[in-house]
Design a protein around this ligand. Structure first.
Ligand SMILES: CC(C)(COP(=O)(O)OP(=O)(O)OC[C@H]1O[C@@H](n2cnc3c(N)ncnc32)[C@H](O)[C@@H]1OP(=O)(O)O)[C@@H](O)C(=O)NCCC(=O)NCCS
Length: 175
C-alpha cells in the first residue's frame, strides 16, 4: 500500500466503503454515508492539509492506486508537541496488515518529519481489531478513559495508548 493525499477521484470509493456500520460503530464517520459526505470530507481534509492542521491520507493499493481506507494524524497539541493517529479500512481489505503498515508510515512521519514527542492512539474498549493494530505498533496502554468518546451512538470507554519518540523502534515492528 501507499499513503497519498486525497483526490477528487476518491469521492465514489469513500462513499462506498464508508457506508458501513462497522466503521460508524467505532469512529466519527457518520452512517448512513453518501457521496455528499465524501465530497465534504475530501474538501475539509484538503483545507486542513494545506494549513498543516491535520494530515489525512488515502491508504491506496500499489497496483491501481485505488483507495481502500483512511489514515490520519490529527488533534495536534502544539504546546505539548503531540498528535493522534486515526484510521479506518474498507471491509474487503481487513486482516491483511494494511492499517498497521499505514500507521508505521504515519508515525515515522510524525516523529521524523514533524518532530513530535508523542503520538496517541485511542480505541474503544470493545474494538478488538483496533487494539490488535495498536499492540502491533508497540504503543503502551496508559489508561482507560471512562465513557470519554461518544461514537456509534453511545458513550464508550476509551483505551488511551501512547508512543514516545525516544521509544519508537520502527525496525523492530514487523508489519
Ligand atoms: C481496526 C481496523 C482499522 C484494522 O485494520 P486491519 O488492516 O484489518 O488490521 P490488521 O490487518 O492488523 O487485522 C486486525 C486483526 O484483528 C483481528 N480481529 C478483527 N476483528 C476481531 C474481533 N472482533 N476480535 C478479535 N480480533 C479481531 C483480525 O483477525 C486481525 O488479526 P491478526 O493480526 O492476528 O491477523 C479495521 O478493522 C477497521 O477499519 N475497523 C472499523 C473502523 C475502526 O474501528 N477504526 C479504528 C477506530 S479506533
Amino acid at each position: 500500500m501507499t499513503l497519498r493525499p486525497l483526490m477528487k477521484k476518491d469521492e465514489k470509493r469513500i462513499a462506498e466503503l464508508a457506508h458501513d456500520k462497522s466503521i460508524y460503530r467505532f469512529t466519527r464517520v457518520p452512517y448512513p454515508y453518501n457521496i455528499e459526505h465524501a465530497k465534504k470530507f475530501i474538501a475539509d481534509s484538503q483545507k486542513k492539509m494545506k494549513k498543516k492542521e491535520e494530515y489525512v491520507f488515502a491508504i491506496a493499493l500499489n497496483e491501481n492506486d485505488e483507495l481502500i481506507g483512511i489514515a490520519s494524524l490529527m488533534r495536534f497539541n502544539k504546546m505539548d508537541n503531540r498528535a493522534e493517529v486515526g484510521y479506518w479500512l474498507g471491509k474487503p481489505y481487513r486482516s491483511k496488515g494494511y492499517v498497521p503498515e499505514a500507521c508505521k508510515l504515519i508515525i515515522n512521519f510524525g516523529f521524523n518529519k514533524l518532530k513530535l514527542n508523542k503520538i496517541i492512539i485511542e480505541c474503544a474498549k470493545e474494538n478488538k481489531a483496533s487494539k490488535k493494530v495498536i499492540d502491533k505498533l508497540g504503543a503502551k496502554l496508559e489508561g482507560v478513559l471512562r465513557e470519554s468518546s461518544f461514537v456509534g451512538g453511545k458513550y464508550r470507554d476509551s483505551l488511551y495508548h501512547g508512543i514516545l519518540r525516544k521509544e519508537w523502534k520502527p525496525n523492530k515492528i514487523e508489519v
